[in-house]
Structure formats: structure tokens, C-alpha cells
Design a protein around this ligand. Structure first.
Ligand SMILES: C[S@@+](CC[C@H](N)C(=O)[O-])C[C@H]1O[C@@H](n2cnc3c(N)ncnc32)[C@H](O)[C@@H]1O
Length: 276
């Protein structure tokens, strides 16, 4: 029997609800229609009683098979939005999270206050922070990542969005030529001991992007140390829930004069700012 678009979306939400919470399943079905099929809510209101072409039905079935295996929607689609911009993503990069906008906003605020003329984004992944900084400031922007695959994605995103970023391959600040300016990062900060309790979608994302030894603190601590040694004026770093107190203590021990922690909307530690 030929299905209408309205029924098709309801059936899709039910299929997604087999492994998602009902609210999430509904929201994701809306995204599949808008982002995947290019059919938004107002289109559905006008065309909901029309039949779904067979080819479109088969496309959605193929997406559903991959989604049932635990693959996140952004990888299936091949892109996601961050700060209103479309970023290509694949399994070489972490899928950008909305809360990372807090890092960008903090970086814009601190960089403006300190009147920096350059910044570097360490562990750039898909390039979101470096590219948004390049597009929203007149600072010279550099970025690094240990993953060549991630850098390929970031370079393509920079080109498509018209952002000028100098990309470097290597460990933390090692490949970035000085002087540094503001250091911005969303490094891996998940404690490997928490792996078994994490959402199943995370299994598709690169381990290098997620996990760090020493209860998730090792990469951030190393970055704070290197940035201080290289006389960066400030660091703005995304951190994990509950990591703020210990990381501020470590930052001060490494020579930073001030270390402050800011929470996200859910009240979790999210931004570490080290100054001086
Ligand atoms: C949490 S992801 C963040 C990606 C992107 N900045 C974002 O916010 O979506 C961390 C990134 O750091 C990179 N990375 C991990 N260890 C690194 C290291 N020692 N030096 C440079 N990059 C590293 C990973 O490859 C990954 O792309």
C-alpha cells in the first residue's frame, strides 16, 4: 500500500522509538525529514496527504538500518550544523556538540578583552572552533590535530566556508609556530573508566577525540603546561562535568595566575579559562 508523507513520518518516529526516548525519536524524525529529505514542517502541512515515492522510502529504510546499528544521524547525513554553519563530518571527527559554542563565545570575549591578534585551536577535529574564529574575527588563526583524517575534514570545511586557517599536523602545540596568542581547545576529556556507561553512539566516534588518561585530565593538563611555557596570554578549554576544581588547581600549579570555571546550562563544569 502507498504511504502518505504524514503517516510515513509517524511510522519513522515509532521505528526510532525502538531505541530512542519518544521525545528524541520525534525530534530526530523531524530532522530526517528536514535535513535528509529537505521537507520541513510547513512543507509537510501542505503535502502530508501525498504519497511517498518508492525511492524516497528506500532511502529512509537504508538510513534506518544504519541508525539501528548505532550510527549517529550526523554521520549518516554527512554534515551537521554548528553556529548556523554547515560542517561536513565523518568518522574521523567528533560530531560537534552545541555546548562547544560556549568555548567559542568565551574565546571571543577573552580575546577581545586582551586585544589578541592571533589564536590557535588545538585538537580542531572538524575545524568548528578555528573556522568560526576565522570567520568572526580578524585574528590570524592556526589549528592542530594529531589525526590526519580529521585535518582533511577540517581543511575541506574551511575551504567550503571560506575561512583562512593554517592547519598543522602533530601533538598539541608542537606543530604550531610561535608566537601563540589565545589558545582555544576542546580536547579529549572522557575518563576511560566511564567507557562502559556511555551512550552507544559514542562507539562510532574516534577514541582519540574522546578519551584521555588520568581520569580524562591528561591532555588538558599537558596543553595547559605547554601553553604556559610558550607564554600564551590565555587558554579557553572545554572540560568535563566535575573536572573544574582539579583542573583549576593544576593550572595554578603550572604557573597560570588565574583559573576560572564556567558551567553550561545544565549546571556542569564546561569552560576552563586560564589567564596570565
Ligand atoms: C573532543 S575532539 C574536538 C574536536 C573539535 N574541536 C570539536 O570541538 O568538535 C578532540 C580532538 O583532539 C584531537 N587530539 C587528541 N589528542 C591530541 C593531541 N595530543 N594533539 C592534537 N590533537 C589531539 C582528536 O583527534 C580530536 O580531533
Amino acid at each position: 500500500m502507498v504511504q502518505t508523507y504524514a503517516q510515513f513520518r509517524l511510522d519513522l518516529a515509532s521505528a526510532l522509538a525502538e531505541f530512542l526516548e519518544p521525545m528524541e525519536a520525534h525530534a530526530e524524525a523531524v530532522r530526517w525529514f528536514e535535513e535528509g529529505l529537505g521537507r520541513n514542517r510547513s512543507w509537510l502541512v501542505a503535502h502530508g496527504s501525498e504519497p511517498v515515492p518508492e525511492a524516497e522510502g528506500r532511502r529512509v529504510e537504508a538510513w534506518l538500518r544504519r541508525r539501528r546499528q548505532g550510527e549517529p544521524w550526523a554521520y549518516i547525513l554527512g554534515w551537521t550544523l554548528f553556529r548556523g554553519r554547515r560542517f561536513e563530518v565523518d568518522r574521523n571527527v567528533l560530531i560537534p556538540r552545541p555546548e562547544t559554542e560556549l568555548i567559542l563565545e568565551a574565546a571571543l570575549e577573552v580575546g577581545g578583552r586582551l586585544k589578541v591578534d592571533r589564536a590557535c585551536d588545538i585538537g580542531t577535529g572538524s575545524g568548528i572552533l578555528a573556522i568560526c574564529l576565522a570567520l568572526e574575527t580578524d585574528w590570524a588563526i592556526a589549528a592542530s590535530d594529531l589525526s590526519e583524517g580529521a585535518l582533511d575534514v577540517a581543511r575541506r570545511n574551511a575551504e567550503k566556508l571560506g575561512a583562512k586557517v593554517a592547519f598543522h599536523h602533530g601533538d598539541l602545540l608542537d606543530p604550531v609556530p610561535g608566537p601563540l596568542g589565545l589558545v582555544v581547545a576542546n580536547p579529549p576529556y572522557v575518563d576511560p573508566a566511564d567507557e562502559s556507561s556511555l551512550q552507544r553512539e559514542l562507539a562510532c566516534e574516534p577514541r582519540l577525540a574522546l578519551f584521555a588518561p588520568d581520569q580524562g585530565l591528561a591532555v588538558t593538563t599537558a596543553l595547559l603546561g605547554q601553553a604556559k611555557q610558550r607564554c600564551a596570554p590565555a587558554c579557553v578549554i572545554e572540560i568535563g562535568a566535575g573536572q573544574g576544581e582539579e583542573l583549576s588547581r593544576r593550572a595554578r600549579n603550572l604557573g597560570w595566575k588565574r583559573a576560572t570555571v564556567h558551567q553550561d546550562l545544565a549546571g556542569h563544569d564546561r569552560v576552563l579559562m586560564a589567564l596570565g
